[in-house]
Write a protein that binds this ligand. Structure first.
Ligand code: C2O
Ligand code: CU
Length: 504
């Protein structure tokens, strides 16, 4: 779009740089330099090294501009290689994952392994603690994996996540095999790049950035156009509307509804669905026509199995569910919750014609499972313990300027939430805004409190408007950990802070 918009965004990342520099200066002055923090990381052990030469055992992710096909439409975008989603990464518990990122984008980038508990220096958040990977450069991410489950990866720079830069990461537990016959990984996304405005243009259209004296009139006009395109509706599940951004397409495994992936199985087979919401601004309600689903994991961690008709995933959340395949052709439909659009794929176990694109499984309106329906499986329970420290995070936002805050500060203005190694930390997410926020913490898996007790384990939790969600975690992985809303537009407009503690 126009130069002003880019300049504005550029200014904001420069601000961030200053803040991070200030942080380090302050820490250095307090005698807590960055080096001991990295050296004192708990397990998984910090084996990460950025090596000079190529490592033949590493998986290569080349972030680059490319062209993809979306059901007959051609879209220019940025992706890992030439496919969306990017390559699926898979390791077994105890194994080390080595990922060599090659940056062929015109902008700096990183890879963040969402939900994975890893050493801080390979967490892939710019300047927390390492800088982003410059255009033309590369970086080796290397870490041991100790927690099985369904994860994904994406950049942590600007709105790059809202292009084609994402992929699924699965950590296999060898002891889990046999509980199902087949596995179907379905990654959901809201799509605009190359078929609608770029994500950066969409953000600019949402309203002037904080501190900008730019274009109130244009922003009003664009806002109106945009609202109608979103097709916003009220969602009881989200406690409000579905979002600010309208998308021309919703994708399942990189495919639009008119060109769905078909997954083949045999009737009676038990299929493990691994559902990932990689969207930037859209929550999905997901159902498989003609089937119930039994949820077994959320955000990688086991839950007491619970059976329902559909499941809700906000951005950054993952759900594993088992279905027993019927005989025929069935639509897996992910409706954009509280806004227009849907993604779909097909399960085929027998003969029959595919259901029409517009077919809406009744299950979508049946029992929809949400975080309140899940309880941690015994292996995932976080032992109860009184918190040593409570951080209250009040979530707010404005549209003019387009600014989302935690405790009335944007990320550029944020102070770290300080804690100490060994502490039990309670985070109280207090949503004082009329929109839902999927709140995500890096480097840890928290327990969502229910009736004051630690419940289901997650790394991303939906916080509805005017609601408060409390989570507990143990500070046992020292570093600078990003904590933010997983709505990429909210995050980019400020809704992020840092949880910090040094090694013991
Ligand atoms: Cu999915 Cu801060 O990340
Ligand atoms: Cu948000």
């Amino acid at each position: 779009m126009d130069e002003g918009r880019y300049r504005r965004h550029g200014m904001r990342s420069a601000d961030r740089h200053d803040v991070t520099r200030r942080r380090f200066l302050r820490l250095a002055a307090a005698g807590a330099a960055a080096a001991p923090v990295v050296g004192a990381l708990g397990m998984p052990r910090a084996a990460a090294t950025a090596r000079a030469g190529p490592d033949p055992s590493a998986v290569v992710l080349t972030a680059k501009p490319t062209t993809i096909d979306l059901g007959g439409r051609t879209a220019r975008t940025w992706a890992y290689g030439d496919t969306v989603p990017g390559p699926q990464l898979r390791v077994a518990v105890g194994e080390t994952l080595r990922v060599r990122l090659i940056n062929k984008l015109p902008d700096p980038t990183t890879v963040h392994f969402h939900g994975i508990r890893l050493p801080n220096r390979v967490d892939g958040v710019p300047d927390l603690p390492l800088p982003a990977v410059a255009p033309g450069e590369e970086f080796l991410y290397e870490f041991e994996n100790h927690y099985p489950g369904t994860y994904f990866f994406h950049p942590h720079v600007g709105l790059q996540l809202d292009r084609g830069l994402y992929g699924v990461l699965i950590v296999d537990d060898p002891n889990e095999a046999g509980a199902y016959d087949q596995e179907w990984v379905v990654v959901l996304d809201d799509w605009t790049d190359g078929v609608g405005p770029t994500p950066d243009a969409l953000l600019a259209a949402l309203g002037p950035a904080p501190g900008s004296s730019h274009g109130e009139h244009t922003s009003t006009a664009v806002d109106d156009v945009d609202r109608s395109r979103v097709g916003r509706t009220n969602s009881a599940l989200l406690g409000g509307h579905g979002g600010d951004v309208g998308y021309p397409l919703m994708l399942a495994n990189g495919r639009p509804p008119n060109d769905p992936e078909t997954f083949a199985a045999a009737p009676g087979q038990r299929i493990r669905l691994r559902l990932v919401n990689a969207a930037a601004e859209t929550a999905f309600r997901v159902a498989l026509g003609g089937h119930e689903m039994t949820v077994t994991h959320t955000d990688g961690y086991p839950v007491e199995p619970v059976t329902g008709d559909a499941v809700l995933l906000s951005m950054g959340e993952r759900v594993d569910a088992v279905v027993t395949a019927g005989d025929g052709v069935f639509p897996l439909v992910a409706v954009a919750e509280g806004k227009r659009g849907r993604a779909r794929a097909l399960l085929r176990t027998g003969t029959g014609t595919a259901p029409r694109v517009s077919a809406r499984p009744d299950e979508l309106d049946g029992r929809v499972l949400t975080v309140e329906d899940f309880a941690a499986a015994p292996a995932a329970v976080l032992a109860e313990r009184p918190p040593d420290i409570v951080h209250r995070l009040v979530l707010r936002g404005t549209h003019r300027p387009y600014r989302w805050t935690i405790n009335n500060r944007t990320f550029a203005e944020a102070e770290e939430l300080i804690t100490e190694t060994g502490q039990r930390v309670r985070l109280a997410f207090v949503n004082a805004s009329p929109m839902f926020h999927p709140m995500h913490v890096h480097g840890h898996t928290f327990a969502v409190l229910r009736d004051g007790q630690p419940g289901v384990r997650k790394d991303t939790v939906l916080v509805r408007p005017n609601d408060t969600v409390r989570v507990d975690l143990d500070a046992d992985n020292a570093g600078y950990w990003a904590l933010h809303c997983h709505n990429a537009y909210h995050q980019e407009a400020g809704m992020m802070t840092v949880l910090y503690y040094s090694g013991a």
